[in-house]
Design a binder for this molecule. Sequence first.
Ligand SMILES: Cc1cc2nc3c(=O)[nH]c(=O)nc-3n(C[C@H](O)[C@H](O)[C@H](O)COP(=O)(O)OP(=O)(O)OC[C@H]3O[C@@H](n4cnc5c(N)ncnc54)[C@H](O)[C@@H]3O)c2cc1C
Length: 387
Amino acid sequence: MQAQLRETAPPPFPYFTEEHELIRQTVKRFCQEEIAPHAAEWDSRGEFPRDLFRKAGGLGLFGIRIDPKWGGSGLDWWSTAAYIESMRHSESGSVNMAFMVQSDITIPVIQELGTEEQKQEFLPPAVRGEWIGALAVSEPGGGSDVAAIKTSARMDGVVSGQKLWITNGCRADFIVLAVRTGPEAHKGISLVLFPTKTPGFSVGKKLSKIGNLASDTAELFFDECRVPKRLVLGESNKGFYHIMRNFQGERLAAALGSLATMDYAIRKALDYGAERQAFGIPIRKYQVWRHRFAEHLTGIEAGRWLVYRALDLVNRGQRAVREVSMAKLYTSELSQKVVYDCMQIFGGFGYTTEYPIGRMWRDARLSTIGAGTSEIMKEIIAKEEKI
Ligand SMILES: Cc1cc2nc3c(=O)[nH]c(=O)nc-3n(C[C@H](O)[C@H](O)[C@H](O)COP(=O)(O)OP(=O)(O)OC[C@H]3O[C@@H](n4cnc5c(N)ncnc54)[C@H](O)[C@@H]3O)c2cc1C
């Protein structure tokens, strides 16, 4: 009989409590019952049901760090880690990404920067999963160079321009939208809370991708859209700095996601390698595989401590640009090698859509591109290290 494999990294992790374990179990059950059995079908349909947002909202997944006043649970970043790490059981990068945009990209920035009136209007329905949120920074002309955005808002609040690559963009009810409000590159950007029912707004098309197939990634158009002044989020012309700050949470969440993907893929690969025989013995018993997995498990363990170190700093409200960028860079790059090798041990079955490992490989490819590319992470680290 096959020895029981560890499901998660071994204890003790001093940061996690019984409460975090409860979150893990709840999320795992939700994923196994409501998502994983449908992940392949949703991928081939190119969409997952909108109602899934409501179900996740009902479980409290979108309001983990949000004040109970707005319907959240008022918990910490370790609770977010428990949630994101357990989302691996969904076996769907698409759903995970869509949820992460809601829980860790659009909602927290409203709590952080919003007026009481804005919070009252946007947070409760978003936390409940009734309203879907998106963050729109990237444009056709460039995503890495945030200071170069062109979509503009005039003094009278009229927004015109185009955004590209926007996750949840096709069915978002509101968008945290970056617009140009002044001539100076990074000192002329503001954020607005943009309701998608605003006249002049339209979805150009849903982009056809090679991975995360069930997640909607949109091209958006803004044609003379009138946005009232009360919907400016944070300080006018400070949008660039707000975005950079918000990137910290997004990149930390992305690093947690990469970590969870690797951890899950490797358990799946080890299980398969124990069952599948070649030349009379389980494949996993070949030294080449044992060493490959030993190396990857070591890398994952190193990545885990890098991510948890960054998370600890962020959780304590300390500056962690260097650590978050390192965690995002390291885990996303490592995940390319780990998931590739995990797929390799499945042989031909890994190349079919019957096994989730092929989907994981496709979905994981995005991690070195989205939320800031690896090259941009290296630029930031070099700057932080004053190289
Ligand atoms: C599936 C998906 C979902 C996305 N979701 C969102 C979203 O919800 N909201 C949003 O705003 N954006 C989103 N994005 C956009 C994403 O953030 C950008 O694709 C990413 O930032 C890179 O921008 P770009 O594609 O314009 O590439 P570019 O900026 O054109 O970069 C192209 C290449 O040049 C490299 N490069 C750029 N600058 C430098 C430099 N200084 N030094 C060295 N190399 C450099 C990059 O690393 C990259 O390899 C999403 C993208 C995808 C694919």
